[in-house]
Design a binder for this molecule. Structure first.
Ligand code: PGA
Length: 253
């Protein structure tokens, strides 16, 4: 089974755009039978409930793009994991590079968010990856290892299977640049090795490891299949249901 996750980011900026997207998605999906692909669409918080209702009873799952780690209380502007769950989210993106960069999210905060998601029964999609400067300095492996270890601090190994790891080199996000299959495979092997060291071989096999960064249907084969990844986290191309579902078809083969 492959996982295809659409990160819609801060788009579909009013209810009309949302409705147009949903209708188009259903139209494009009609008649396409995906046997080996699980789709998760992650719209902004305000669209979660509409998305969940629209796809009720269908194979499409819904995820959020962020969460807070407390259940409730005086945290102005934040959204509780319980709220996400009650609105129909079964997954949540955590530690996306845009949140690390623009909202100063630290490894510690990301760890708290992963724990809160797991506790609420929501699968964290845990993003890790080096930026251009770190890549230049040959620090990719070090950065990924640090992010993985810090993010997993205190997570019981029995919960590992609920986490989806997304290797997203920051320099490949929204840029049209992509690593070669070997680079992606190396990152996957590194993540798996960290998991084996920390949790033991049996538990380390459980989580999915997917790739994200400028994925489109033309390169889906190279960045997912040839790199032995379990799927893709897609930003820009998820805004076009047609292009997004073409990626699904590549992953389904
Ligand atoms: P992109 O975004 O596909 O537009 O590069 C990926 C992401 O930010 O998760």
């Amino acid at each position: 089974m492959k996982w295809l996750i659409g990160n819609l980011k801060m788009n579909l900026i009013n209810s009309q755009e949302r409705e147009d997207y949903l209708k188009l998605f259903k139209k494009e999906k009609k008649g396409k039978r995906l046997k080996n692909v699980e789709i998760i669409l992650c719209p902004s918080f305000t669209h979660l409930e509409s998305f969940a209702n629209y796809f009720k009873g269908e194979e499409i799952k819904i995820g959020a793009q962020n969460l807070f780690w407390e259940k409730s209380g005086s945290f102005t502007g934040e959204v509780s994991p319980e709220t996400l769950k009650s609105l129909g989210a079964s997954a949540v993106i955590v530690g996306h590079s845009e949140r690390r960069k623009y909202f100063q999210e630290t490894d510690k905060m990301i760890n708290l968010k992963i724990k809160a998601a797991i506790k609420t029964g929501i699968s964290p999609i845990f993003c890790v990856g080096e930026n251009a400067k770190e890549k230049e300095a040959d620090l990719a492996a070090k950065v990924i290892a640090k992010q993985v270890m810090a993010g997993l601090e205190g997570i019981p190994r029995s919960q590992l299977g609920n986490i989806i790891f997304a290797y997203e080199p920051v320099w490949a996000i929204g840029t049209g640049l992509t690593p070669c299959s070997n680079e992606i495979l190396s990152a996957k092997l590194l993540i798996r090795k960290m998991l084996v060291n920390k949790f033991g071989l049996k538990y380390a096999q459980a989580p999915k490891i997917i790739y994200g960064g400028s994925v489109n249907f033309k390169i889906a084969d190279q960045v997912c299949m040839a790199s032995e990844m379990d799927g893709a986290l897609v930003g820009g191309e998820s805004l076009s249901p047609h292009s997004f579902l073409k990626i699904a078809e590549v992953l389904d083969n």
